[in-house]
Design a protein around this ligand. Structure first.
Ligand code: GLN
Length: 264
């Protein structure tokens, strides 16, 4: 089992490095620094929402009582590079989607997968990380064992969509949870036989010893990029700045440094 997990970690590491290499070739021409005085948005404080229990992308550091993670650090580095003022609200994934859609938030960064369906209501930045979904259960559980059982999925996520797409094949029904932490707990306590989660997130939780669960599906499904998102047609300048800042921190090595800090 451990070998399988290691092989999966390797696959994702390879995907991530291909994404990074692709990033290296990007032109730096658009890399404007700081909000210019003639910009209508200069001085504006953007409200940015995020998830709250999605390590290593965003999670509460219980020692400092602050949210940390890849997304938090990327946002800070890009904001510094581009002179973006922002306030971060770590409220959960579904809440972030709702806040952007209702206009309560200007943007979200929450390990959010860029999908064609979401592009109908969101505009996305360039992808900054690639990931797909896996099925996770107590060690020794097989996919066939899910027949007649319930599987945990997280509200509004692509993991939920993936679960919906395979539930008839494996004969399970789905219970939805607001947070990844609630979902893992439901599997650990036996409420649900398995859960669906982004591979790098559950991989991180397993590796850190936080959850004693195993990946039981073969390889990550539907691997796609994560993007920073705004409501469709709104805050285009913020997305442009995010992209310019992302290109700059990739070129400077800061992006690699952030990923390395969280074990990539
Ligand atoms: N990447 C998944 C999605 O976009 C999960 C995101 C999350 O739970 N924060 O649906």
């Amino acid at each position: 089992m451990m070998k399988k997990v290691l092989a999966l970690i390797l696959v994702v590491a390879m995907i991530a490095s291909v994404a990074m290499l692709a990033g290296c070739g990007e032109s730096k021409e658009e890399s404007t620094s700081a909000a210019t005085a003639d910009s209508a948005d200069a001085g504006k404080t953007y409200i940015i929402y995020s998830d709250n229990a999605f390590a290593p992308f965003e999670y509460l550091d219980t020692e400092t009582n602050e949210y940390v993670g890849v997304d938090m650090d990327l946002m800070a580095a890009i904001a510094e590079d581009q002179g973006i003022n922002y306030e971060m609200h770590n409220e959960g994934f579904d809440a972030s989607m709702g806040a952007v859609q209702s206009g309560q938030a200007d943007a979200m960064i929450a390990g959010m997968t860029i999908t064609d369906e979401r592009k109908e209501t969101f505009d996305f930045s360039d992808a900054y990380f690639d990931d797909g979904q896996v099925i996770v259960a107590k060690e020794g559980t097989k996919l066939e064992d899910l027949n007649g059982k319930t599987v945990a999925a997280k509200t509004s996520t692509v993991g939920g969509e993936y679960a919906e797409s395979i539930k008839d094949q494996y004969g399970f029904t789905i219970n939805y949870y607001e947070g990844s932490d609630n979902m893992y707990q439901a599997v650990l306590t036996g409420t649900d036989a398995a859960c669906v989660e982004d591979f790098s997130v559950i991989g991180y939780a397993i590796k850190s010893g936080e959850v004693d669960l195993s990946i039981i599906s073969e390889e990550p499904a539907n691997v796609k990029g994560y993007g920073f998102a705004v409501q469709k047609g709104k805050n285009a300048e913020l997305v442009e700045k995010f992209n310019a800042g992302l290109a700059n921190i990739k070129a400077s090595g800061k992006y690699d440094e952030i990923l390395a800090k969280y074990g990539y």
